[in-house]
Design a protein around this ligand. Sequence first.
Ligand SMILES: Cc1ncc(COP(=O)(O)O)c(C=O)c1O
Length: 380
Amino acid sequence: MRSPKLFTPGPTAVPAEVLETQARPLIHHRTEEFRQALTASMRGLQYVLETTHPVVILTASGSGAMEATVVNLTRPGETVIVTEVGKFSERWREIAEVFGVNVVAIRTEYGDIASPESVERAFKENPGAAVLFTTHSETSTGALQDVEAFARIAKKNRALIAVDAITSAGAHHVRTDAWGLDAVVGGSQKGVMIPPGLGYVALSPAAIAKMKAGRHPVYYFDLLKAVASAEKSDTPYTPAITIVLALEKALQMMREEGLENVIARHDANASAVRAAVTAMGMELLAKVPSNATTAVLTPGDSAGAIAKHMEKRYALKIAGGQGSLKGKIVRIGHLGYYDEADMYTVVSAFEATLNDLGLSKNFGAGVDALRRSYQARSAR
Ligand SMILES: Cc1ncc(COP(=O)(O)O)c(C=O)c1O
């Protein structure tokens, strides 16, 4: 049996050129060869995050990079604001609470996003709030938030803004410097097309200054130490060497394609999939959808059966819902190394699955809408 092709919003498909880097004999990390790879990777991440600030690479998944950001950017007893619009943005709150930080949560229904007005109001009611923690692409609902607007409000209130860009990096513009973002967090098994194991954080001068002025006790996730090492093309501890080599290769591929083209490809794939599922008579969960994943409301409790059938019958892995969305949605991932042909594959298998399971009697509307969407774009 083939292993299923991934159409999940992480881990995502890994290109063959990147996989090849994983098969080479291991090199040592305190060598010129590794330092060059690390430096190239950090520069590549600056390119993807549109920043000249340091981007440190941590040996941890995205959640580890989130924890590092909270621990370094806050102090015990401080108040922070969190936009809580899904499972992953709840994680910001959970981490902050573990460290004794007071959290003001702006909560919405799953599928919605926080409005700039609600963020304004939260700052007005909590004038001392030190940091706004937010999520650009909320992967659990497929929604995209307006972090540029949030950043303006945070600045006006002399607060820092920390952004989870774990599934927006590479799928959308994340204009770290232009928007004035202070900490931007990413993860490896996402838009940068490599296996899990690395997290990364871009840090503005204001973020670094706040860390220097006071933060929680921290050892492994000391971002000041990580920045100091990065300046010397180094890491404080043993890094995940082979995954950094994969990252270097993947970022080189992204540079060759060009960031604008990478984002345009994500936009084309995401728009086409949304058009397809809508034409199939299904509803999208997200009011403002992200290019990373399409969350589709499924009839009754069929989500689990749909995902299972896709995997067993068509060897394609899509994701289900999390938390209270379990059983109610499926999420089709199109983040990273996916092209038009991949979208035909996943949409036609999805449509076939709905027919196989007796959930639809109509085959072809989705694939036709997919084709029309790509055609309309190429006619522009
Ligand atoms: C938006 C977002 N934040 C955080 C995470 C957690 O990252 P990880 O699973 O790498 O710890 C994910 C993972 O899917 C995510 O999509």
